[in-house]
Ligand binder design. Structure first.
Ligand SMILES: C[S@@+](CC[C@H](N)C(=O)[O-])C[C@H]1O[C@@H](n2cnc3c(N)ncnc32)[C@H](O)[C@@H]1O
Length: 214
């Protein structure tokens, strides 16, 4: 009896690990956006245990009057904290490829009374509807590995960021597209960004870069 239970548990665990491994390999071979049907995971209580947008955006250097870009804003989890920080003089550009997620972000910011500070853009990362050198801070949270052509997206980020403007890339292990810090650092350095430091742990880390292009 005990043996049967142990075998069943081992089989279940094996299937789970195998499933996770193949999902993660697939995400890296052919990156794709997180399906919008999984939006609830972005606000899951477990995620709130290791992600604290109100504190994080302070560490990212977000401040009053800034022009900020939230690339891959999803449901607006970070957009709301950014909009709080930039104050009435600042603007947050919330960009997402998936209309249903952008609509959730719009509803969230409206309910928080912050929609006046946010411009919503339904578009992809390769062609941002923003002027050259117009952004002080860009945040890319759990999004960069989902973009197939990283160098194209990073070149577009360099175009819209001011010289020495900040770019924050943050990743978390529960995301099947999770990419470890040294790999992300290589992508960014190949794209010409200067590394400015890292916080958090490998499980959920935040890297800051500075734009070197004028
Ligand atoms: C895992 S979610 C993270 C959402 C949000 N940043 C957060 O941390 O709660 C990734 C988001 O990036 C968006 N995304 C993926 N590829 C994109 C692309 N090429 N251009 C714009 N957004 C993209 C997805 O639609 C999704 O909303």
């Amino acid at each position: 009896m005990i043996r049967a239970i142990t075998n069943t548990l081992a089989l279940g665990l094996g299937a789970l690990v195998g499933n996770q491994m193949s999902l993660r390999i697939a995400c890296h071979r052919a990156p794709y956006p997180m399906p919008h049907q999984l939006a609830a995971l972005l606000e899951h209580p477990w995620r709130l245990k290791y992600r604290h947008p109100a504190e994080d955006v302070g560490l990212y250097g977000c401040g009053p009057g800034m022009n900020v870009l939230d690339l891959g804003c999803g449901t607006g989890f970070y957009t709301e904290a950014l909009a709080q920080r930039v104050g009435e003089e600042g603007v947050v550009h919330a960009v997402d490829l998936q209309r249903p997620l952008l609509s959730q972000a719009e509803a969230r910011l409206f309910a928080a009374g912050l929609s006046q500070r946010v411009r919503f853009h339904w578009c992809g990362a390769y062609q941002l509807p923003l002027a050259d050198a117009s952004i002080d801070l860009a945040v890319v949270i759990a999004t960069l590995p989902q973009i197939p052509n990283k160098q194209l997206a990073l070149a577009e980020l360099a175009r819209v960021l001011k010289r020495d403007g900040r770019l924050v890339v943050s990743e978390e292990m529960p995301d099947p597209a999770y990419t470890p810090p040294p790999v992300v650092r290589r992508w960014l350095q190949e794209a010409g960004f200067r590394f400015g430091g890292q916080s958090g742990a490998w499980f959920c880390y935040h890297q800051i870069y500075f734009n070197q292009r004028s």
